[in-house]
Write a protein that binds this ligand. Structure first.
Ligand SMILES: [Zn+2]
Ligand SMILES: [Zn+2]
Length: 468
C-alpha cells in the first residue's frame, strides 16, 4: 500500500470510510486532523456522520503530538530546506498550532506564496530532504520530513492571507471570524480581520475563548515581543545540570545582545542530576568575577535556583542567598504533598524577603504531568503584594506559567518574568522565544514583564523586596 496521510490510513484501518467516502474526503480536501476539525466546526454535511466524528476524537488522542520544542526543530529544518532549494516560494512560514505557541502540537503546517503554486509544489516534491510524498494537489503537498507528516500549502499572493489565517486555526476561531466576513480572499491576515470588521488578533491569542469579544471591544493591546526582552534571568551551566560551561553560556548570551543575564544553577539538595555545593557556588562566584571583564556591555548577575524544601524553608542559608544578586526559588519536588500543603510551601517562599522569582510555579511537565493543584489566586496575590515575580519558563518541557495562568497572574497585579531556563547555549534564543509565545497566549504586555526593564530597574525590584 502506498504511503497515505495519517488520517486516511487510520480511517482505512478502522474501516471508518469506504472507497466512495474516502474519495469524498479527498475531494473536500480533508486530509489531516486539522482539516477534519475545521470541517466539523464549519458543520459541513460530510462530517455529520457519527462514526466519523467518533473516530476523529479517537485519532486526536492517538496522533502522538509533539512538544512545541520538537515541532519547531522539524519546522525550522523544513523551512530552511525550502528557503535554500525552492526559489519559487516566498513568505515561507510555520502555521498551525506551532504558530499559536500551543505547548503540544498536533499537526505541522507550513505555508508559502508563489506566482505559480503548481510549479512550486513540483519543486518541493523533488527535494531530497523529503522522504515521502503522502498526498499532492496543485496547491498542497503532504510530506514526510524527519519522520513527521507536514502539510505544506502554497497560495498566490492575493490569497496568502486567507491561507495563513485558515491554517493557523484553531478551527472554532476560524469559523467564527469567517462567519462575520463572507468568503472573500485576502492577501494578508490583517485584511482577513478588517473584512470581518475586527482589529488584527495575534496568532497566539486565538485560542482564548474571549478573543473575538476583545477584538469587538477594540481591546487588543500591544503584546510582548521577543525584541522587548533585555535579559534572561534563569539559566544553567555545567556547575549543575547544564550541558555547557559558564563561559559558553555567557558568550552566547552576549551574542544575543542581552544587557544582563543571571546564572542560576540548582541548589545542593535539588533532584537535578548535578547540583551546587556551597563550595561550588563560591568557585562560580570567582569565575563569574573573572569573566565579567570580557563582556563589559553584558552584566552578569550571580544567582541560584534554590529548592523550596518540604517544610517551606529554602535549600541554602540566608547568609549565602544574601550575597547573591538574585534568588529564584522552585517547588521541583512535591514530596507527596497535597495542593494545600504545596500552596503553603510556595507562599512561604514568596514571603521570604530574599526570594525574587518563583520559577515554573505550577511545575507542570508538558504532555506528561499537569501543574500542581494549588490555590493560584493566593499565590498571585502574595506575589503582587511582596514584589515577587512569577516566571513564564520557556523550556519546552515546562512552558509554565501557561498563558492562561500568566494572564490571571497579571490581572491580580503580579509581575511576570520570561526566562529560557536554558541548559545549553544553542537553545537560549529558541527557549526565550517559546517563553514569549506562551506569554502572548496570555495577552501579556511588555510593561508587565520584569526583564523588559533596564538593569537598574531590575536591581531596584530586587532591592525593594529586600528592604521590606
Ligand atoms: Zn527548575
Ligand atoms: Zn532551571
Amino acid at each position: 500500500m502506498a504511503a497515505l496521510p495519517f488520517l486516511l490510513r487510520r480511517f482505512r484501518e478502522l474501516r471508518v470510510v469506504d472507497e466512495t467516502s474516502e474519495q469524498a474526503l479527498i475531494r473536500e480536501g480533508i486530509l489531516t486532523l486539522a482539516d477534519l476539525d475545521l470541517a466539523i466546526a464549519d458543520e459541513r454535511p460530510l462530517t455529520a456522520d457519527a462514526t466519523l466524528r467518533r473516530a476523529a476524537g479517537m485519532l486526536g488522542q492517538e496522533a502522538r503530538p509533539l512538544t512545541l520544542g520538537r515541532a519547531w526543530d522539524v519546522l525550522d529544518g523544513l523551512i530552511d530546506s525550502l528557503t535554500r532549494n525552492c526559489p519559487l516560494l516566498h513568505s515561507i512560514e510555520a502555521s498551525g498550532p506551532a504558530r499559536r505557541a500551543e505547548p503540544v502540537v498536533s499537526g505541522l503546517v507550513v505555508v508559502a506564496r508563489a506566482a505559480d503554486p503548481a510549479r512550486a509544489i513540483e519543486s518541493i516534491a523533488a527535494l531530497p530532504t523529503i522522504t515521502d510524498v503522502l498526498h499532492r494537489t496543485l496547491r498542497r503537498i503532504l510530506v514526510l520530513f524527519e519522520g513527521c507528516e507536514v502539510d505544506i500549502r502554497v497560495a498566490t499572493a492575493d490569497e496568502y492571507g486567507s491561507l495563513l489565517f485558515t491554517t493557523t486555526g484553531p478551527a472554532r476561531h476560524v469559523v467564527d471570524v469567517l462567519k462575520r466576513r463572507g468568503p472573500r480572499l485576502s492577501a494578508s491576515e490583517t485584511e482577513v480581520y478588517t473584512n470581518a470588521g475586527l482589529p488584527y488578533l495575534p496568532a497566539e491569542t486565538r485560542d482564548s475563548p474571549d478573543a473575538i469579544d476583545r477584538a469587538v471591544r477594540r481591546d487588543v493591546p500591544h503584546l510582548i515581543r521577543r525584541e522587548d526582552i533585555r535579559g534572561d534571568l534563569h539559566m544553567h551551566t555545567t556547575y549543575s545540570d547544564g550541558r555547557d560551561t559558564l563561559r559558553r553560556m555567557i558568550e552566547s548570551s552576549h551574542a544575543l545582545g542581552y544587557e544582563y543575564i543571571a546564572i542560576t544553577d540548582h541548589s545542593e539538595h535539588s533532584a537535578a542530576s548535578r547540583s551546587l555545593t556551597l563550595d561550588d557556588l563560591a568557585r562560580q562566584r570567582d569565575e563569574i568575577a573573572e569573566l565579567r571583564g570580557a563582556t563589559r556591555d553584558l552584566t552578569i548577575l550571580h544567582g541560584i535556583e534554590v529548592d523550596i524544601l518540604p517544610d517551606g524553608s529554602l535549600d541554602c542559608p540566608d547568609a549565602v542567598l544574601e550575597s547573591l544578586d538574585i534568588v529564584l526559588a522552585s517547588l521541583h519536588d512535591s514530596a507527596g504533598q497535597d495542593g494545600a500543603e504545596l500552596t503553603r510551601r510556595c507562599l512561604e517562599a514568596i514571603r521570604h524577603p530574599l526570594v525574587n522569582v518563583i520559577t515554573h510555579p505550577a511545575n507542570q511537565l508538558v504532555g506528561r504531568r499537569p501543574g500542581y493543584d494549588m490555590d493560584y489566586a493566593a499565590i498571585y496575590e502574595a506575589a503582587a503584594e511582596t514584589g515577587t515575580a512569577l516566571e513564564i519558563d520557556g523550556a519546552p518541557s515546562h512552558l509554565d506559567l501557561s498563558g492562561e495562568r500568566a494572564r490571571e497572574a497579571v490581572e491580580a497585579g503580579a509581575t511576570v518574568v520570561i526566562d529560557s531556563d536554558c541548559h545549553r547555549c544553542r537553545a537560549l534564543d529558541r527557549q526565550m522565544q517559546m517563553g514569549v509565545g506562551t506569554a502572548r497566549r496570555g495577552w501579556i504586555e511588555p510593561g508587565q514583564v520584569l526583564n523588559t526593564r533596564s538593569l537598574p530597574d531590575v536591581r531596584a525590584f530586587i532591592a525593594r523586596k529586600r528592604a521590606r
